[in-house]
Design a protein around this ligand. Sequence first.
Ligand code: GLN
Length: 542
Amino acid sequence: MTRYIFITGGVVSSLGKGLSSAALGALLQARGYSVRLRKFDPYLNVDPGTMSPYQHGEVYVTDDGAETDLDLGHYERFTGVPARSSDSVTAGKIYSNVIARERRGDYLGGTVQVIPHVTDAIKEAVTADTDGTDFVLIEIGGTVGDIEGLPFFEAIRQFGYELGPDKVMYVHLTLLPYIPAAGELKTKPTQHSVKELRSIGIQPDLLLCRSDRAIPDSERRKIALFCNVPERRVIAATDVASIYQVPVHYHEQGFDTQVLDHFGLDSESKPNLDIWRHIVDRLLAPEGEVSIAVVGKYTGLQDAYKSLDEALAHGGIANNVRVDMRWIDADIFESDGAMQELETVNGILVPGGFGERGAEGKIAAVTFARTKRVPYFGICFGMQLAVIETARNLAGMEKASSTEFGPCAEAVVGLMTEWKSGEDVERRSAGDNLGGTMRLGAYDALLRTGSKVRTAYGTGLISERHRHRYEVNVNYQRQLKAAGMRFAAFSPDGELPEIVERDDHPWFIGVQFHPELKSKPFAPHPLFASFVKAAVDQSRLV
Ligand code: GLN
């Protein structure tokens, strides 16, 4: 039997609903249950693929090629369950489905309305593709009271009414702000937020209260009484130093116990949370430190590189060191003297990116890493720019560039118009829509025997996630090889270079995919573990 837990938020956004959902998922798994986690976003974009990172942070890509909210990344990192396209639902997706059905005549001449047609489509999305999982956790984006969220709240209200409390639970995340002048945690915003939720017919079963300190018993009693929630189900979610402390912290506050109790399931036995304790020990008491420069475009906004941030930290866990990440705006390298920013780092990483702005600065950072023998990790755009750098500076192709920046004489990186996806061939042209027209999702790659990456992965066949339009042109293989850069992995048909590396450098690797999307704290990605190790080795040299 599948049970459904809806996680809503109130008072303010950014309280960490995604992390709370992910941590609950991890706790239920530790109790032996299977879980799926889903995000329902009430905005009208069909997916976040076309949104600016400033709007939405990173776009997280699933194996099946969906461009989704970054919360799906948290879900995967905490539970290891690969997210799917069906786990990411937006109002845009729901409405475009409903409108497509209307155009087909599926509604048989009826008036198409938010209730029941949109709400029915939302309810279908709740139960779709759940394969008998024990618990499906669904986070509703935004906060209660948002106009655009109303159809979602109405749909989950109906869903709970139809299935009943032994199959459905509502968890509401709120904020208890501390007011220094009063010397108190204030419960009023929580009361209002719950009132709002109840006014649309949802009585929360459990309140998760974010605060910067413990909740005094008197306040807990007050919240319980005014919000109609048993005291034991008013759970304190106090701030912690690392996100990976959240599962253990929530467990200590009784979160998972109360969830199981709600469903009438055994809540007495203790879950084994040793892996989380181990991860936290490593993160909070590492034996050393390395510094890595991340040279990108959205460095002012860490959410734009969320998975990368986490994957580097996981590389630190694997090597028992803290990774000090220095987020550097690529633009600064276009002026003189900026290179000294890189003098003190133990590794340089150029992450994924789009567009010409900052590209020359990133290429300058690649030159620095290559010539000074500093470990270099190029991810997607970072690989393409590393290839351009070698082509220009070592292979005599001064005009080498990517067609992403306009027509060029030596297009070592060019637009991909055709590629194989399993048995099918995908085709694109330069004028296609921007949304969903990239090479997206998991693709296999074969690693060359004797390559450094093959040693790092410990296998010759990998599957990694992609999100790009352009591709390193395989026809330049010979010239690049003569300049010391080898293609270390290809797509199975041998057409698309997937990894480049240099033999004359301690660690210089560029990958066409996004390895950061698959790294977990309990299973650091092999390339991040290997890169951070190279940075540790480098730190011993200086
Ligand atoms: N802009 C490049 C492309 O579209 C790289 C994309 C990326 O780094 N994700 O191919």
